[in-house]
Write a protein that binds this ligand. Structure first.
Ligand SMILES: N[C@@H](CCC(=O)N[C@@H](CS)C(=O)NCC(=O)O)C(=O)O
Length: 220
């Protein structure tokens, strides 16, 4: 049985959860994959057993049947995309794959990563993990915000960033915008297209919606 170690509220593990959900796959109802919930606030990712699995002490981590360990969200999502579901969210032809890759990297490095840096340098829960430079937080938020007009323009007249279907670039941009809310950056304040995009994605993939889907599945 494959194992996927994750936290359902942290952005990098959420990439895998949303990727599968976007393909109509309920992660808690897969025949060949077990989910192992890791509680970051209580440092479950710092235990000896987990550190042996992933010396980087981060989630998500996936362990395949033969023991192979994938300890990066992009790698795990590439794997999940190829193995599960019909349509690839990484793009369905050479050009689309390249476009999704470009958009995904800009969303990741300019938006999500800068918000994550701001959080790591300002939140008390990260003080032990990060040598915090509090002034860096505001600068990182500024840099993330500076990238938003690019996405506002890309979404003009389009529901998704690449082509007519949801892609992994949309998932990463959504997670970046969603994480920005933790830092009091409201997507609705950064253009009509971003506001519409965020609302649409959030209706499908918010932490609350996905938790509800899980509890409904559990209740059934
Ligand atoms: N490169 C890694 C980064 C993963 C990462 O930073 N995960 C965060 C959650 S979003 C984590 O595990 N943080 C643990 C901590 O901050 O102590 C990936 O994309 O998988």
């Amino acid at each position: 049985m494959k194992k996927l170690y994750l936290s359902r509220t942290a952005p990098n593990p959420r990439k895998a959860l949303i990727l599968l959900a976007s393909k109509g796959i309920d992660i808690d109802d897969m025949d060949d994959l077990d989910v192992v919930d890791i509680d970051i606030p209580s440092n479950e990712h710092m235990t000896d057993a987990f550190t042996k699995l992933n010396p980087m002490q981060t989630v998500p981590v996936m362990q395949l049947d033969d023991g192979t360990v994938l300890n990066d969200s992009q790698a795990i999502c590439e794997y999940l995309d190829r193995v599960y579901g019909e349509r690839s969210v990484m793009g369905n032809d050479v050009v689309q794959r390249a476009q999704v890759c470009a958009m995904r990297r800009i969303a990741e490095f300019e938006v999500l990563y800068n918000f994550m840096l701001a959080f790591q340098h300002s939140h008390p829960s990260k003080a032990q993990r990060v040598d915090q430079v509090p002034e860096f937080a505001a600068k990182s938020i500024e840099r993330a915000i500076k990238a938003l007009p690019y996405f506002e323009a890309a979404l003009e007249g389009h529901q998704y960033l690449v082509g007519d279907h949801l892609s992994f670039a949309d998932i990463v941009l959504y997670l970046g915008l969603d994480f920005g809310k933790v830092l009091k950056v409201n997507p609705a304040d950064h253009g009509e297209n971003i506001a519409r995009f965020y609302k649409h994605m959030n209706e499908r993939f918010s932490i609350q919606t996905m938790a509800k889907a899980k509890s409904t599945a559990d209740d059934a």
